[in-house]
Design a protein around this ligand. Structure first.
Ligand SMILES: Cc1ncc(COP(=O)(O)O)c(C=O)c1O
Ligand SMILES: N[C@@H](CCCC[NH3+])C(=O)O
Length: 410
């Protein structure tokens, strides 16, 4: 699974030219994933709404737009970024979680379609807009799905969405204010490969939809799993897409109208496009184990420490597989800061081609929830970002300086 170049450009050359830590994205990979996704759904009206929390770099958003992928945002700032990238308001869905009503008003003022996730905000929407604006509502279907507990969003105890058991309350508000519910939405969780979970969630929404007469859209969220390791199966997109398309067609027939199906993938579109490049700072041969220290940490890629997630790690400076060693790959942050986890979420050692201090250590599958979840912890700069497109690498986010760290401090 190790790869040493992207579109013919050596990873080590990218590290030399742009420095490390560095996020590198392969534009072709994103286009390929978009086209796979489109081809897996058939005979239905499909709209892809990229869940941009996965990666909000403007160049990535512009690429999505050029490929006719619309966008799902979760904050006023993501909405502004979408507009900056050239989207018009009507191509943007605002799917926030428990926000102040002023954020909903802001999104409406920009022409975005809002997706409401609680009864309180639904009532305020009704009071303010009455019959004049349509909206989606996010329901919680009480389904378990997701790669780990922290990224499951549709189970009974999840904070997301309005419980399917509160249909009567929703309908009371809809009737009281004449609210036009144009779509129903659910998102089960992230990292789901099991087709049954997608279908169970879809059926729950279809059943719920019977009592809503103005629907134009069913939004079944994202969550399609990507393979994080050599023998890790991703979602079988072809099978899942076909099953979702069939179920949706049947639903439309029963509902008596052709609706549009929305999906909101984040990871599926951008995860595999990304490689995170770091540099080996120290090889520490401790009596118990060998630590490989790199010039990054949980401040730059938090998924391993936050979820115990597996990222494939390899030595981009050494292609010789004849001599490998086990390393616990650790970051430089003043916390337990480990990059190497096994599939059970336990810290482990990884077999890498022998590492010398100064080598470029790469992590795969870093295009989603990498940079966007990064922080300034320990007052270290954020990584720079590079996009490789048409065989050329170009910087799409500059490396920070001390000025960035002190800009707003008094
Ligand atoms: C509402 C919503 N839609 C879409 C996504 C994208 O999920 P993923 O990146 O797993 O496709 C998320 C993130 O979990 C989400 O909360
Ligand atoms: N941030 C999560 C996925 C999305 C969660 C947001 N609801 C991850 O890196 O796996």
């Amino acid at each position: 699974m190790a790869y040493y170049s992207i579109q013919g450009i050596q990873l080590t050359d990218l590290a030399k030219q742009f420095g490390t830590p560095l996020y590198v994205y392969n534009a072709d990979k994103i286009r390929e994933k978009i086209s796979v996704l489109k081809s897996c759904f058939s005979n239905i009206d499909l709209k892809i709404k990229y869940a941009c929390k996965a990666n909000t770099n403007l160049s990535i958003l512009r690429l999505m737009r050029a490929e006719e992928v619309e966008i799902d945002v979760v904050s006023p700032q993501e909405l502004e970024l979408a507009l900056l990238a050239g989207y018009n308001g009507s191509q943007v869905t605002f799917t926030p979680s428990g926000v102040d009503f002023s954020e909903i008003e802001f999104a409406v003022s920009k022409g975005a379609i809002v997706n409401l996730d609680n009864l309180s905000v639904l009532e305020k929407f009704g009071q303010k807009y009455g019959t004049s604006k349509g909206c989606l509502i996010r329901i919680k279907p009480h389904i378990f799905g997701g790669g780990n507990e922290k990224i499951m969003t549709a189970h009974p105890e999840s904070k997301f969405g309005i419980s399917i058991h509160q249909k009567a309350e929703i309908l009371d508000l809809v009737n009281k204010y004449g609210i036009k519910i144009i779509g129903l939405h659910q998102h089960t969780g992230s990292d789901i490969k099991d087709g049954k979970t997608f279908i169970d969630a879809a059926e729950a929404v279809f059943e719920f939809a019977k009592d809503f007469k103005d629907l134009e859209i069913i939004d079944l969220g994202g969550g399609f799993k990507v393979p994080y390791a050599p023998n890790d199966p991703g979602v079988n997109m072809e099978e899942v897409g076909a099953a979702m398309s069939n179920a949706f067609q049947e639903f439309c027939q029963k509902y008596g109208k052709k609706l549009t199906l929305w999906v909101e993938p984040g990871k599926f579109l951008v995860s595999e496009s990304g490689t995170f490049l770091t540099q080996a700072t120290v090889v520490k041969r401790d009596p118990v184990k060998t630590f490989l220290g790199i010039n990054s940490g949980l401040n730059h890629l938090i998924r391993p420490m936050m979820y115990g997630s597996y990222h494939y790690i390899f030595n981009a400076s050494n292609t010789d597989e004849a001599k490998q060693e086990e390393y616990r790959v650790v970051g430089n942050i003043c916390e337990t800061d480990t990059f190497s986890f096994d599939f059970k979420g336990k810290q482990n050692e990884r077999l890498l081609n022998e590492v010398k201090e100064g080598d470029i250590i790469a992590m795969a599958n870093a295009g989603a929830y990498g940079f966007t979840m990064a922080s300034h912890y320990n007052s270290r700069f954020l990584p720079a970002e590079v996009l490789v497109d048409g065989g050329e690498a170009r910087i799409i986010r500059m490396r920070e300086t001390m000025e960035d760290l002190v800009r707003n401090q008094i």
